[in-house]
Design a protein around this ligand. Structure first.
Ligand code: GLC
Length: 490
């Protein structure tokens, strides 16, 4: 695996969880997985590390060679290989600072790929599949087919790309493209779109849910890549992400003030009371007539990014609060998106809490202590908060898109097996309407309990999806073998 994030070492979003959990799930199926990750500031190997210096040849004329240190250590279920190069990675952010990307990101992530390939080659090859995640792994996959195309130690190595986010392409302008170590013919005259090139070139490509695989073939969702994704035909798949049920388990979660399970759910009410008390949320305002259970708390956890539908929430929040909703939002990101929410919070004292930070433990307490989890995403390749929420007995309210459409069943449309609330148009009114339906269901304690039981019974482990990756790897290997047969010498 080549990735810019891997939990618990470096995380800004779901990519990190997936790379970690998928690698472990593949390990459990008997595969050996190495994860190559930049050694960002503060990242330490999980145990005693073997250190090795790797010298990277200069990328093209005018470039300079580099020495990187590779730190290899056992993580839980796989080998973690940290690429240490302080000039590239010892910085305040992973991708940028103060809202702007580092201008040398192309070179930084090309270095990750160059280091991974040099390590594989110098250790005698033997890697069956080079599996890259998002544009940051583009250079690794592309280098395998350019600079390393004729290296006998990589001759059998197939490539696979997983697209977790098509919104970020990794555009490298021509004047910086020399650092990529790719032939000048790769890309367009003005630069290289790393994600586009990797989508076009990898033996197999996937995204993280079946619905998003279909949506992304259309101009509305393809983020400018719908043509090249469509061109890949059946070599572009949707494989639904899982979550690691051991990492996300309210019965063992040490961040919670009280643990609980489907069989013994009482602790959830304690988690909820704790959350409300700590964040100053009043769930029992007398004028509401909520009785003992109090008003419903809607939680929202994640990157404050337009993708996540924060603008829809801003438009719908007043109506939701007027209908009795309480809200807890945890996340970091786009300052403009929180400003509107903060103003609304000011008008509804005791009903809205906004926590602008990244806080793993508080996220867990919100998953446990909320009644509903909001995910009004404009697009969502998979999403995992909705799956985590269900495991914690918290009912997802989602927009019907991507992986949300594949994981949440509307409880009004499907009374017998619904486990959430779903709306379709990307409009504040549609979100507010679904919230109204959810609040009506919440008022009926018997019905609500049944919805919670169904949500908690869902199985989102990797058991189903990890074997689908193995099948995709096998296809990638077969495709690679036939490429070799038709192009002797490569
Ligand atoms: C990205 C996507 C999200 C997906 C995650 C892991 O963060 O936006 O939908 O769940 O990657 O694949």
């Amino acid at each position: 695996m080549v990735s810019s994030e891997c939990e618990p070492f470096a995380k800004t979003g779901g990519l990190a969880d997936v790379v970690d959990a998928l690698s472990r799930a593949l390990g459990e199926l008997g595969h050996e997985v190495d994860v190559y990750l930049p050694r960002y500031r503060g990242v330490e190997p999980p145990g005693p590390a073997e250190r090795r210096l790797i010298s990277l040849p200069a990328p093209g004329p005018g470039g300079t060679g580099e020495i990187v240190e590779l730190l290899t250590a056992r993580a839980d279920g796989y080998r973690l290989r940290l690429v240490d190069h302080p000039h590239s990675y010892d910085r305040a952010g992973f991708y940028g600072e103060g809202g702007s990307d580092y201008p040398d990101n192309g070179a930084r992530f090309a270095l990750l790929g160059r280091a991974a390939l040099e390590a594989i080659r110098s250790e005698g090859g033997g890697v069956a599949v080079l599996h890259g995640h998002d544009w940051q792994a583009g250079p690794a996959l592309l280098l395998r087919d350019h600079r390393f195309a004729t290296d006998p130690r990589l001759a059998g190595t197939a490539t696979m790309l997983t697209c977790h986010n098509l919104a970020y392409h990794g555009w490298v302008p021509r004047e910086r493209a020399a650092a990529l170590d790719l032939p000048a013919a790769v890309g367009k005259a003005d630069g290289v779109d790393l994600l586009r090139e990797a989508v076009a070139g990898a033996d197999m490509v996937n995204t993280v849910s079946p619905t998003y695989a279909e949506e992304s073939r259309t101009p509305e969702y393809g983020a400018g890549l719908d043509d090249v994704l469509s061109d890949r035909g059946d070599r572009y798949l949707g494989i639904l992400n899982g979550i690691d049920p051991r990492l996300w388990d309210p019965a063992t979660d040490e961040a919670l003030p009280r643990r609980y399970s489907a069989a013994d759910p009482a602790g959830k009410a304690a988690c909820r009371a704790d959350l409300a008390a700590r964040l100053g949320i009043d769930t029992s305002a007398a004028d509401d007539g909520w009785g003992d259970r109090g008003a419903p708390i809607f939680g929202m956890v994640g990157r404050l990014d337009p993708q996540k539908g924060f603008d829809l929430l801003n438009g719908a929040a007043e109506a939701m609060l007027a209908g009795g909703a309480r809200m807890v939002v945890l996340g970091t990101g786009d300052e403009r998106l929180v400003r509107g929410l903060r103003e609304i919070a000011g008008r509804w004292p005791g009903r809205v809490a906004i926590l602008e930070r990244f806080d793993r433990d508080e996220a867990r307490r919100i998953y446990a202590g909320s009644d509903l989890l909001l995910m009004p995403s404009r697009f969502e390749p998979c999403g995992q908060s909705q799956m985590i929420a269900m495991r914690y007995g918290t009912i997802p309210l989602v927009r019907r898109t991507g992986g949300l459409a594949d994981t949440v069943v509307d409880a009004d449309a499907h009374p017998a097996d619904g486990d959430g609330f779903v709306f379709a148009p990307a409009e504040p009114g549609a979100l507010a309407g679904a919230a109204e339906r959810a609040i009506a269901a919440y008022r009926d304690a018997g019905r609500w309990g049944a919805i919670i039981r169904r949500a908690m019974a869902r199985d989102f482990s990797w058991t189903a999806s990890a074997p689908r990756y193995v099948e995709a790897y096998e296809r990638a290997l077969a495709i690679r073998a036939s490429r070799r047969a038709s192009q002797p010498g490569t």
